[in-house]
Design a protein around this ligand. Structure first.
Ligand code: ADP
Ligand code: MG
Length: 281
């Protein structure tokens, strides 16, 4: 399997040269606010996700969930507040820089290189890691070639682990929807993240695919020593696999707690769960 234990040693959390401290949250948002013109999409958002957690972010459409992911992954710079990765401030760094610091994500609307093969899509993720050592690669060409071979082997191994080995030479666009979502996860894993952000991974999946996905998410959390933040509409998925979650509504945090606490929370029931989400669970 992939050696992900060096996710931080190899990348180095920005601004640090020591191992992350055990008591620091893997991911934290501190009073994060995002304004788009007159709209406050996220207002004073606080989050602490412990290392190794599988943490949920839920709420109705337009609540600000994807905006939080865009801020954490560097796509958006927040109007105020800070994002910290193992205590290190990464607010406003470029998406590339954030990816190299150990945060990877998937997208609500699948983003794959549709005309590339499944294998090449994973190689793109691995490539991102190599870029950090491009100077070394150029200075030592034989080592570079060895690395290319190594990367292809690593990509193949990753596809095997994610259950896509049999389709590695298919075009990404030829895969059924559920498998495209799986490939997006494989590509994210190829960047060797410490923290993985999944934006509605079960969207568009049938019940069997959703069951498989739940197993996959819990499985990769353990196997790749990940901390996972999951946005998901499918209540069965969130309540089934997340230990804790935060509920957003119109940019405000209306609740935080365990699945039991959230399901019994009056504000959550009124704003979200009462509106039919439970019926879908
Ligand atoms: N780049 C943007 N520019 C302007 N408004 C945006 C942008 N991104 C999101 N929004 C708005 O912010 C709000 C929250 O959106 P989003 O984070 O996508 O919600 P969710 O993922 O919870 O459904 C929505 O009203 C949305 O229209
Ligand atoms: Mg969204």
């Amino acid at each position: 399997m992939l050696d992900t234990n060096d996710a931080f040693d190899a990348n180095g959390a920005p601004g640090t040269d020591s191992a992350p401290s055990a008591d620091l949250p893997a991911l934290a948002c501190e009073s994060v606010t995002m304004r788009f013109g007159g709209l406050t999409a996220v207002d004073g958002f606080n989050l602490r996700v412990p290392k190794g957690a599988l943490y949920g972010l839920i709420g109705p459409n337009g609540a600000g969930k994807t905006t939080v992911f865009n801020i954490v992954s560097g796509v958006l710079r927040p109007s105020a507040g800070a994002v910290k990765l193992f205590g290190v401030d990464v607010t406003g760094l470029s998406p590339d820089r954030i990816a190299r610091s150990g945060i990877a994500r998937t997208f609500q609307n699948i983003r794959l290189f549709r005309n590339l093969t499944v294998l090449d899509n994973v190689l793109v993720g691995l490539h991102l890691r190599r870029e950090a050592n491009l100077a070394q690669a150029m200075l030592a060409l034989p080592r570079h070639r060895a690395e290319e071979t190594q990367m292809a082997a690593t990509a193949a191994q990753l596809l095997e682990e994610i259950g896509l080995a049999g389709v590695s030479h298919y075009r990404a666009s030829a895969l059924p929807y559920g498998r495209q979502r799986r490939l997006e996860i494989a590509r994210a894993l190829a960047t060797k993240p410490a923290v993985l952000l999944l934006d509605e991974p079960a969207a568009g999946m049938n019940p069997a695919e959703t069951e498989d996905l739940m197993r996959l998410i819990t499985d990769i959390r353990n196997r790749f020593s990940l901390t996972i933040l999951l946005i998901e509409h499918e209540m069965k998925v969130v309540m089934g696999i997340c230990e804790r979650m935060t509920v957003l509504d119109h940019g405000d945090t209306i609740a935080e707690g365990t699945p039991d606490e959230i399901q019994r929370n009056d504000r959550v029931i009124k704003a979200y769960l009462g509106g039919g989400a439970v019926a879908r669970a």
